[in-house]
Every structure is written in C-alpha cells, then in structure tokens.
Design a protein around this ligand. Structure first.
Ligand code: NAX
Ligand code: K
Length: 457
C-alpha cells in the first residue's frame, strides 16, 4: 500500500522522532536520499552542474545539505537563494563543500534543478522570484524536494503557479498532493526516502499490486458458480445495445461465478457472451446504468428493491438524489458528478479528492470519481487513489466495462470500497496491458482483465 499522510501527521511523527535523535539527523537522512536521487539522473557526478533553488525553510535546508554531498562528489553546485534568510547551517555546509551561491541563473547549461523552494510548510502558489527563476531554467530536469513547490499539500489542489517536477523525492511518507490530482500530475516520478517516521494509519492511500492480490476473490476447491457470486446487469437498451454488451464484458471477465442480464439488449448480449443467463433470479449485486434508455428509473428501482449491493453508473446517476438505502458504489466522471451535486465541473476537476469525499457523505455511498487518477472515497473520509492506467483509456464504453467489473467484485463478496478500488486498479492495469503504448477500445480493456489477474496471481 502506498500511504499518504497529512502535514499535521508528518509534523507529529517528525517531532516524536527528532526528540530521540541527535539534532539535524533527520535532515541528514533526507538530504542523503535526495542527493542519491539526483546522482541517479546524472551521467556522471564529476563536472555535472546542478542548481539549487533555495527557499527560507527546512525544505531549502534539505536542498543545501544535499548540494554539499553532491559537491563532495565533484558536482558543480550553485545555490540560487530565493529568500533573504536561507537555512544557515545548510548554507555553511554547502560552502565548505565547495558549492557557490549565485544571485541569478548560472551562465553554463545545467543538468538538474533542485526545487527546495518550499515543502510541507509552504502556502499554495509561488512568489514572483521563484516563478522567474523557474522560467530562466525551463527545460532543465527538475527534482522536487518533498513536494513540488506551490501545490496544496493536503488536498492536491493547484491554486497558483507551481513547480512541474520530473522527479519528486519525498521523505517519510507520501503527501496527499503526490497521489491526488491535479497536483500529482506535477510531481513526476515519486521516490520515497524512509527516514524512520512512525506514522498512524493513512486516510489516503493507493493500492499496489500486492494489495490487489490480497483482496482479489478467488474460488476455493469446492466452489461452484453460485458460491462465487452472481452479478446482475441492467444496462443497455434496444437503442444502446453496446452499453449492455460492454458492461457484461466487464462483469463476465471471470471474477464472479455467473452473470445475469436483465435489460433491453438481450440478443446482442447473448450473441457476444453465450455464458450469460437472461432469466430473472437471485443475484448478490447489481450494476445499473449505462445506455439504459427510458427504462433506467425502473431498472434502478427494481435493483434497489433487491437489497443487495449496487453499482450505479451513467444514466442511473441522474436519478440518485440521496442515500440509496443499500450498499452502493456510484461511478461518476466529473461532468456527471457536477450534474448530481450542482458543483461546477472545473471545481470538481480542480479538487477531485475533496469533491469525491463530499459526495460520499451526501449519498452515504462509495463514490468513484473517474479521472487520470481515479478517486474512490468512502463516507468516513478515507480515500483510495488509482494510479494504474493510461491516457488511451479515455475511450467510449470504458466506463461500462468498469461498472460491470465492480459489480462482479461486489457479487464475489468484496466490500464496496474494496470492490471499487480493486476494480479501478484492474481496469487501469488492463488498459495498460492492452494498449502497450498505442490506442485501445473498450472491448480490448475487458479482454485484457483475465490476463492481468493471471499475472497477478
Ligand atoms: N522537520 C524535519 O525534521 C524535517 C523536515 N524536512 C524538510 O522540511 C520541510 C518543511 O520545512 P519547514 O517547516 O521549514 O517549511 P518549508 O521549508 O516547507 O517552508 C516554510 C518557509 O517558506 C515560507 N513560505 C511559505 N509559503 C511560501 C511560498 N508559497 N513561497 C515562498 N515561501 C513560502 C515560509 O515563510 C517559511 O519560512 C519538509 O518539506 C522537508 O523538506 C526534512 O528535512 C525531513 C526532516
Ligand atoms: K519543494
């Protein structure tokens, strides 16, 4: 599991650890990790040129100490001081190691810029001096210290200029802005340096392959199709048969025992999936929504009446105006959530984590807000952020596949929060498998799911 802690949690853990360690020890650990990450980017240390952008706090201190370590390896390190009173001991260490202080961009081309402007103590946005310095150094690879300066660390919002990093070297734990978009898109590749913090459970996390393996439902040796779970699909219509076929393709990827289909695209569904049953009967979960046409209200009402967990997608989301009274996963994209809650789409895209959490409370359901980094939020404020997937996944029908897949995982017995986050992870991974760097269609994603699961297991 990749965990992201809040600034307050990090500060508390740092204070506790610092009380047990010699002064400056934590910063030395951070700086060493940072220096190694910079060295990894340099073809060779000796003679390479690195500029440090240094703010007034300990984030700048990390950059200065790392600069001192780099200078000892033969790197030509320049510290561009953006604040009047930078970390004094760090600056001294850098000078002693042979680094120099500059007041403008070094005239020679630089190999790496280290962003030590602000870290977890920063307010969102950057001052004009920092913006100007970054502009002069545009094109040089950026390594951000702890977080890309300027982002809102606890929310992932971007409320002004912010550093766009190629690599972020973060300390002790991930910060929320390193997982949650839009800020996460500014972080580049994130490298975590363990500095020994003892941290509480994190509210924001990101599943990794091993977590998905641990959560995946799999048949035991006595399994039959009913013990593995039956998912019912109410999606698609005579007018939109494709939505039904695609939703079923996600549901029938092998993660539950059986799929029942009860909507208006029966012939198309059976032609594509002869394994699907079209008689009414017991199910352990429903997926309702896409391409449902005029019957969608009836389909949602009938599914709810069964009292089993529910995935609500696409057209059916417009009918949700409060808690549904059954365990539910709602799967809107920003436009659909905007129509549900009245919040502007741009506001949702600017703070997907915040809006998904709020909607989870409003609807007393797990809310899966689709995006580059999909957010799965629970009413208690916990959230999982999906980092698998590729931009090619933004294709018609991919959401239908996801709804069916989550339905199958619910039917197999996963809790809504696990079903949504595991489903989202698998969906992203399947897209990456299928795409192999090129374009994909929704059926490709569904077809790739069993292969992803096989490789995981
Ligand atoms: N406390 C510790 O033991 C450790 C801290 N570490 C580093 O220390 C950082 C936190 O240090 P600080 O608490 O000193 O805070 P920061 O260095 O993040 O920044 C605070 C300083 O920046 C100024 N500032 C705030 N917003 C600004 C903005 N938008 N533009 C320009 N200046 C701004 C503030 O006036 C303040 O002086 C972490 O992110 C991490 O890099 C690491 O060394 C690990 C150990
Ligand atoms: K920074």
């Amino acid at each position: 599991m990749r965990s992201a802690h809040t600034v307050e949690q990090v500060r508390a853990a740092e204070t506790a650890l610092m009380a047990r360690l010699p002064e400056g020890a934590l910063m030395q650990r951070a700086a060493a990790g940072l220096a190694y990450a910079v060295l990894d980017l340099l073809p060779q240390a000796y003679g390479a040129r690195v500029t440090l952008l240094v703010g007034s706090g300990d984030n700048g201190g990390d950059a200065l100490y790392a600069g001192a370590l780099l200078a000892r390896r033969g790197v030509r390190v320049s510290a561009w001081l953006l604040a009047a009173a930078p970390h004094r001991a760090g600056l001294e260490a850098l000078r002693r190691a042979g680094g120099r202080v500059v007041e403008a961009a070094p005239s020679q081309p630089q190999d790496v810029v280290v962003d030590g402007i602000v870290g977890i103590g920063g307010r969102p946005g950057l001052r004009p001096e920092a913006v100007a310095a970054l502009e002069v150094l545009r094109g040089v690879p950026v390594v951000a210290v702890d977080v890309p300066s300027g982002v809102d660390v606890d929310t992932g919002r971007i409320d002004g200029p912010a550093v766009r990093a190629d690599v972020t070297v973060t300390f002790g734990t991930h910060k929320v802005a390193l997982l949650a978009d839009p800020a996460a898109a500014y972080a580049g590749a994130v490298h975590l340096v363990d500095i020994g913090l003892d941290l509480p459970e994190a509210a924001v996390e990101s599943l990794q392959a091993a977590d998905v393996v641990a959560l995946l439902p799999r048949p035991d040796e006595h399994a039959h199709k009913y013990t593995r779970g039956v998912v019912g699909i109410r999606a698609g219509s005579a007018r939109y048969p494709g939505a039904g076929v695609l939703c079923v393709s996600g549901a029938a990827a092998g993660l539950c025992g059986m799929v029942r289909y009860l909507a208006g695209a029966r012939d198309a569904v059976v032609a594509a999936h002869p394994d699907v049953v079209t008689e009414n009967g017991r199910v352990q979960a429903w997926a309702v929504g896409s391409g449902g046409g005029p019957d969608v209200a009836t389909m949602l009402a009938e599914a709810r009446a069964d009292g089993v967990p529910l995935v609500v997608d696409a057209d059916a989301l417009g009918l949700v105006d409060g808690p549904l009274g059954v365990p539910a996963v709602l799967t809107p994209h920003a436009g659909e959530l905007s129509r549900m809650t009245g919040a502007a789409r741009a506001d949702i895209e600017g703070d997907p984590l915040g809006h998904a959490r709020e909607a989870a409370v409003t609807y007393d359901a797990v809310v899966l807000l689709k995006g580059r980094h999909t957010v799965v939020a629970r009413p208690d404020g916990n959230a999982r952020i999906t980092t698998t997937g590729v931009a090619w996944l933004a294709t018609a029908g991919a959401g239908d596949v996801l709804a069916g897949l989550i339905g199958a995982l619910l039917a197999a017995g996963l809790e809504p929060y696990d079903a949504a986050s595991v489903g989202s992870w698998l969906h992203g991974a399947a897209a990456t498998y299928a795409a192999r760097g090129g374009p994909i269609t929704a059926p490709d994603v569904a077809r790739a799911i069993p292969g992803v699961v096989r490789d995981l297991l």
